[in-house]
Design a protein. Sequence first.
Lengths: 267, 622
Amino acid sequence: MSLQSGETQRPSATIEYPREAVIHIEGLTKSYDGKLAVNQLSLDLASGDILGLVGPNGAGKTTTLRCIAGIIPPTSGSVRICGHDINEAPVEARRHLAFVADEPHLFEYLTVWDHLMLFGRIYGVSDVRERAEELLLINDLQERRTAFPGELSRGMKQKLVIACALLHSPKVLILDEPLTGLDPGAMRRMKRTVVRTAAAGAAIIVSSHMLHLVEEICGRIFIIQNGRLALEGTLDEIRAAVPELGGDAGLEEIFLRATGQDDDGDA
Amino acid sequence: MNTALWFLLTRSLRGRLVQRLRRLRQPKYLLGAAVGSFWILFWVARPLMRGNVHFGGADFFQVDAPMLAAAQLGMSVAIAAVLTIWWLVPFGRPALQFSETELHMLLPAPVSRRSIVQYGVLRSQPGVLIGTSIMTFFWARGGPLQVVATAVSLWMAFSTWELHSTARSLWLARQRELPRADAWRRRLVLAGLLTLFWLLAGVVLATLASGLLAALPDGMTSFDTTTAALRAGNVAERVAGLAADARSGVLGWALTPLLILTGPLFVAPEAGPMAAAVAMFAAFLLLAAHNEWVVRSRARFEEAALDRAKRENRSAQLAARFWRRSRRGRERVPFPLAATGAPEIAILWKNLALTRRFDWRLQLAFAALAGITLVAVSNAPGMPEWIGGLMGGAGLATLVFPTLTAGRAQRNDLRCDLLKVELLRPWPVVGWRLFAAEVGAPVASAMLNSSLGVAILLAWSLATDLGFAGAAGPRQAAAEVLAIAPALLVPVGIIALLPPLAAVALLSSCLENLQALVLPSWTALGLAKKSAAANFGQHILTFFMHSLAMLAGLAPAVLLVGSILAVQVLFWQLPLIAWELPVLGFLGAASILAVCAALIRAGGRLWNRLDPSEELLSGRSV
């Protein structure tokens, strides 16, 4: 992985990429009332990469993603998006960013089409109508363009949130539990969308409990527990980090072992 | 009732109470509750304890027994009329109230149907008890024992009414289950009985009405002469006599259940405690009979109750009001939004869509039309002249009021958006510009509302010029003082007022949005408004804070304009003329806008530094 000039290269957990890092996180720490939710996380992600962020409930995944997206300020550490510090130069950083929360938050009083027009104007998408039509078609929402969010199922809301996120073709896409509430067909389309978006040059972070999804689409995996990095690397690399599981161990086994939830011994 | 259901019922109530009390551990709720309670004690309990409040109580009921009996008959006939419509018109669904969770939990459980229905009946009791408390406050009379007796009587009446409503809706549900012929037969029998009742009652009531008309004395030309004539003619006694006759006949017999229902509320004080006890016992038996009627019903309430719970769940979401919009209404937007340009305009567009989807030009046209119509109607032939003249004052109030209350009345700003922080925060908009965009929508809404005032004032001025509005005198006097042609007074006044009023609206909106950022837990966030005592107290406190801050924000403008006027009139001894009003208005507006600019900067910094709490991020109002 290539880091930006002047940045200190982390020793063992870093992977060399030939491309430039569009997400650079260093020493990210977030505490609530003295309790550490995220503890000294560092990572770099280049354009085209898909990182799978996994961890047990309460491990700090959502807090990490919210810090990266600039929704909550970190207690210490820095997050740079396309070279811009998310806290020092938030507007420049956010222009390249899209965040999809685990709960599809939408404006109750705006229709599906209104949402797309709003996001288009916020991000200055000049061909917003064409892009919106395209995204409605991809997400099977073209028949629901005048519907309000309250009239949509959870899955449809999720599709709308993702359509809004992709409208301005972000260079960094952060997805928190993107498949929740989607039907199998929509899941497949979502996976394709993520892969295509990455192929088009975006760096993507996907947080999910669906380990098969992470295993399938993510080139790199980042396992965190109690806010700390437990394992990081490609599937082969993290497999190698737990040799006792064997060379064909799946992500689920690795995850359970890395997070101490492996109860085989108790059986 | 099944002990498990009883446990569920009592535990639910206890849990709700404990939850409310636990909130008081947090100072924000404790302070709010203390202020709310003090407010209630000061305005409600204190006059009550001092014996100052007798709305429908002692003063009203200082009538003798025959008049009370007549009033009871009147109320019973009125209830009978309502019930007739209720039973004849087959609207409504089963009234048993359950939450979706309760239905999913109770219906598959090994619990008797009677117990579940009884549980559903008891579930409506909190509402009944609140209604009883409020009515007792207005109705109660005499000492503590009598107040308790009144409360019990009202509770029995309301509970019986609630049960009757439930029984009727279950009867309707049963009708739907029966074969069509059976259902129609039952409905015809019911209609026949009710027709028979009203035929009999109609004869008696017609006799009663003719007796009443005959009893009315002459000379009832005004309120005073009517009262005197009624007193002189002993009309009350004659009415009571006629009512007693009606009650002793077939009408009294037919109305027996309703007379029992209302009986405890109309016991004359001189009838003694035994009469009151008998009336209450009879009412209790009626209540018990209704309860049996409901719990023994064979109607299938489950599906309808589940449907009702789902519908209530949906309509409880305030967003449901948007769903009723037509397809055309949904496609309407406050103004066309270009694809590129300042993102703040998009935020304003979005916030305006929350309250109004009409094009602003259309709204101005509506306001103009409404203003002209109001002035035309108030000056129509036959209307008293003062109504036409009053329209000037009404127009001024309509112009000013929406701007003064812009921040308090409109909530289409950060107060709704803070709960969407996860959506807004990643937007590439600088903090102060986002804050400025957010505070803009309430101002735009307030100014559009004020446009009705502008329309009324202009129409009124024109009507005065044409000799219709009957206010030429005062306007002429004001025009002479300000040295301007009367026809120009109102337009110039509006031009002078609009800038400072818009600035005032902006100040109000800025203050409310700052409060949302500084004290989110003291602000009603989202579309919902909260009504608990603690929230009530918080609302009172924030209202005072807002009022004080408004005064402080307006002080520089008042000082500036006041100083100019003082120098001009007192030192230079130059008269105030109308043409300088717009200049003064502009200067006042500029002072207020300077304060607003500082507030917007502060709001932007707060937004940049905001660390949203978990409550905000989870989308719940704090």
